[in-house]
Design a protein around this ligand. Structure first.
Ligand code: 8QM
Length: 404
């Protein structure tokens, strides 16, 4: 609420475009500048307020009443602009509408429900790592592992028919670009949006999904009355939008981290039970999902700055995860730290509902690799893939030394 007694602060202004190639390629310097400029910074280019410090990002994430998602969590305001696709029932929603889809998905993706997948995923990971290692000591860890593994296990778990899964990452690329401004990254894929959307929507119908996956369980929830039958395909669509690129680039982050921190790889090899915490630390360190927006539901004062009702607020998750006021030596990838509290999976009522799936994938892949590989190092310069929201990869050339 606006405190009538306190004078309001005029926040510092920045001309920077966080969605420009330069900052997407290397966001650290901009993040540092924004954190140091103040708790709230006005971004002149988009006329939005930005939060780059942990404290304010965390506070905004947990206050869904003041910082709503229902106007969309990208730059575009769904109350004034037509969304590029029907809004997500989870991501672009607030209570009470948000709660039923969330509850359904939470049950389906909860640890007890995933237990039956664990053994199968471990064995897929072991076979994949064996195949990759059999082909030589140097390979692209992005393509061969980080991308290959989720594409092998996740669409099956959802219940997609076998065959053509090549559309999943391009669809995700479109969806994650769409949270940003309509820049050249959005324009580059514009010609594929209709085709990719049609393909994804076609995978969400009951008849296409096998009867034992996450997708079928979403439809079964509709039969029980926990969702409507109109909602079910959109909830399946959320899995296909949020569940592929995120894990691919999260696993890439972990592999990059270990390729550049040999002592941390040794630690993981000695204590493979650290795989899960290592994945969370990699998510903190790289923040595969860099940013999300909220919309103020009322005039709200943040650290003295009045943010007007109906305006967008840009939250820099990746910057909050490197804020030295919250993290000791924040730029260090360190398995000895406790990364819990990072906002790489968000925080509050929207916190990643699929995080247990992601951790299970990471655990399977990292432990399979740790058992077979003594050392992993970069064999060339990694290449980034630029996206308005994702901290993504195009290649991660590595060289491995096999364990005896
Ligand atoms: C981001 O479609 C959706 O429901 C959805 C899309 C993207 C995400 C989450 C949900 C956070 C990973």
């Amino acid at each position: 609420m606006t405190d009538l007694l306190a004078p309001s602060v005029v926040p510092p202004t920045s001309d920077a475009d966080p969605f420009a190639d330069e900052h997407l390629r290397d966001p650290g310097p901009l993040h540092r500048a924004l954190r140091e400029a103040g708790p709230v910074v006005h971004l002149a280019r988009y006329d939005v307020h930005a939060l780059a410090r942990y404290e304010e990002v965390h506070a905004a994430l947990v206050d869904w009443q003041t910082f709503e998602s229902g106007a969309g969590v990208g730059l575009s305001n769904f109350r004034h602009e037509k969304p590029w696709r029907p809004p997500s029932l989870l991501l672009d929603a607030d209570p009470p509408a948000h709660d039923a889809p969330r509850r359904v998905l939470r049950e389906i993706l909860a640890p007890p429900a995933l237990r039956r997948l664990s053994a199968a995923w471990r064995s897929v990971a072991e076979d994949l790592v064996d195949d990759v290692l059999a082909q030589g000591a140097e390979f692209d860890a992005y393509a061969a592992l980080a991308k290959a593994f989720p594409l092998r296990v996740f669409p099956d778990a959802v219940g997609l028919p076998p065959g053509d899964r090549d559309n999943l990452l391009p669809y995700g690329n479109v969806a994650f670009n769409a949270f940003g401004p309509r820049n050249a990254l959005v324009a580059a894929d514009a010609h594929r949006v209709a085709e990719l959307s049609a393909w994804v929507n076609a995978q969400c119908v009951r008849e296409v999904l096998d009867d034992d996956g996450f997708g079928a369980r979403i439809w079964a929830a509709a039969d029980r009355g926990d969702l409507t039958h109109e909602q079910a395909p959109l909830v399946v669509r959320s899995l296909l939008t949020a569940g592929v690129d995120t894990t691919v680039h999260g696993l890439s982050a972990a592999l990059y981290a270990f390729s550049t921190h040999p002592e941390q790889w040794q630690r993981l090899r000695e204590r493979p039970e650290l795989a899960r915490v290592a994945f969370d630390e990699a998510v903190r360190w790289q923040s595969p999902v860099q940013t999300f927006f909220r919309t103020a539901t009322t005039d709200v004062t943040v650290a003295g700055t009045v943010i007007r009702a109906g305006t967008k607020i840009l939250m820099f998750l990746g910057s909050a995860n490197r804020d030295p006021a919250r993290w000791q030596d924040p730029d260090r990838f360190d398995l000895a730290r406790d990364p819990s509290g990072h906002v790489g999976f968000g925080m509050g009522i929207h916190q990643c509902v699929g995080q247990h799936v992601a951790r299970l994938e990471a655990e399977a892949l990292l432990t399979a690799l740790a058992r077979r590989v003594e050392r992993i190092e970069l064999a060339g310069e990694p290449e980034r893939h630029l996206n308005n929201t994702l901290r993504a990869w195009a290649s991660l050339p590595v060289r491995v030394h096999r364990a005896a």
